[in-house]
Ligand binder design. Structure first.
Ligand SMILES: [Zn+2]
Length: 466
């Protein structure tokens, strides 16, 4: 017997530091509720129904268009039907840019078409297009180093590749050329510009995406600029290697229309003890016009709404308010995010923590935080609850999603439920962003993680700022 006790005692001694390292345990009932939410989520079809409905009944929903307005109506309708409180649209103005014709062709020496799409915010060419000799740069940095006025009448081609990574970090590097090429090409005197798509696939779909944000007066500036699909960028590179002079024609006829309306759709589960304290779950409702916006960001909309709906079904609401925010006009420059931060400036102090799902529907594998030191034991304990979902520890330098940028800058703590983005940039901002790319089991795992996180963050008394 004494031997057994000694063995048990040594086991307890071994376990004790592990328990402490995982942070304070939640009360048994709270832990059981979180576990129950995760189990329910893995068996819940709501997220898949929502993203199917949004991507089928609305489809593309570019910011400021009638399609995006229909998406807001759809969201209000769904959130009311699901029983959320305080469902509302918070409107704001947005620049309206719409795509026109877009085509490119090699004129000399090997005439043939190239697959292109205009970058969001691009200026237009004449209907007949612009033509010029192509000057290639291996990177944005090389383009930036070229002297002013040195490429009069030419067409710039920035052939910088993007690195595929699980966490999507290759995007942050590669997106620079999408933002800046039009303006750098203008500085050099070029008449148009092409970039290799910001993407990781080898399909013949070019990737659109916003250039630098439009100015306050709605102006865009820069030369007409399009993305080439990766194989077309490869093709142009080969042609350039075989000829001293390569001329290309580029036709882009997008239009910048008078400013339009957009809005953020907000819904709540009012907290039972501290309703003024807000735990925010975000995603964005708008989507680029080429696909149906199933992955970016229909999946995120479905994940946060379905997760919050599970909390709504609990016998009593969590202590703090859980607020779902479906941001408008994310893709065209975080316009909805800025409007939300401005419209809610007076209550941002009461935003206790925020998370956004905007990286597709891949499985969550890491839990990042950006919280105060004294809150780390609580986030470690939340992470331990998420562990059975295959989620490991991350850093305490989370960025929290694009629509949380202004909130984070205003001091709101954020977390990142980091999804596997290995394949995300194969289809990002292309016609391939469609429902079939979503794996239902992975979507459900996301809902489970969000449900447990939102519940625990709203139930604890932790001040995540400290
Ligand atoms: Zn997105």
């Amino acid at each position: 017997m004494s031997h057994l006790i000694a063995v048990l005692a040594s086991c307890l001694l071994l376990l004790a530091p592990l328990t402490r390292a995982e942070g304070p345990l939640f009360p048994p009932g709270v832990r059981a509720t979180a576990d129950g939410l995760m189990a329910a989520a893995l068996d819940d079809a709501l997220a898949l129904e929502l993203v199917t409905s949004l991507s089928t009944e609305i489809g593309p929903r570019l910011a400021g268009t009638a399609q995006e307005a229909r998406a807001r109506d759809w969201a209000v309708d769904q959130l009311k039907k699901l029983g959320f409180s305080n469902v509302r649209v918070e409107p704001f103005a947005v620049p309206l840019w719409v795509r026109g014709d877009e085509r490119a062709e090699i004129l000399e020496p090997f005439p043939q078409p190239l697959a292109v799409t205009a970058l969001g915010g691009s200026t237009a060419t004449d209907p007949e297009g612009v033509a010029g000799d192509v000057v290639a740069f291996s990177s944005l940095a090389a383009l930036e180093a070229a002297p002013d006025g040195s490429l009069a009448g030419r067409i710039v081609f920035v052939d910088e590749p993007m690195t595929r990574t699980q966490d999507g970090s290759g995007y942050g590097v590669a997106v620079g050329k999408r933002r800046a090429t039009a303006y750098e090409a203008e500085r050099l005197g070029a008449v148009g510009a092409l970039i290799r798509s910001v993407g990781t696939d080898s399909h013949r779909f070019p990737h659109t995406g916003q250039m630098r944000r439009l100015t306050e007066d709605g102006g865009a500036g820069g030369v007409p600029t399009a993305a080439l699909s990766a194989p077309d960028a490869d093709q142009l590179r080969r042609v350039l290697a075989r000829a001293d002079q390569v001329s290309v024609r580029l036709v882009l006829t997008p239009q910048l229309l008078p400013p339009s309306r957009s809005g953020n759709v907000v819904a709540e589960i009012p907290g039972r003890e501290a309703p003024e304290e807000v735990v925010l779950a975000g995603a964005h409702l708008d989507a680029w016009d080429l696909g149906t916006g199933a992955v970016d960001d229909g999946a995120g909309v479905a994940i946060v709404v379905a997760a919050a709906r599970l909390l709504k079904a609990l016998p009593e609401p969590p202590r703090r308010t859980v607020r779902v925010v479906l941001f408008g006009a994310e893709e065209v420059g975080l316009v909805g995010a800025k409007a939300y931060a401005e419209q809610h400036a007076a209550e941002l102090e009461q935003h206790v923590i925020a998370a956004e799902s905007d990286f597709g529907a891949g499985r969550i594998w890491r839990f990042d935080t950006a919280v105060g030191q004294s809150a780390l034991p609580t986030t470690a304990a939340i992470r331990a609850v998420l562990h059975p979902l295959g989620i490991g520890p991350g850093s305490n330098s989370a960025r929290g999603g694009p629509d949380l940028t202004y909130l984070r800058e205003a001091g709101v703590p954020v977390v990142g439920l980091i999804q596997n983005g290995w394949d995300y940039f194969d289809l990002h901002h292309t016609p391939d962003d469609t429902l079939d790319k979503i794996e239902p089991a992975a979507l459900a795992q996301n809902v489970a993680a969000y449900a447990a996180f939102l519940y625990l963050a709203a139930e604890v008394e932790t001040d995540f700022r400290k």
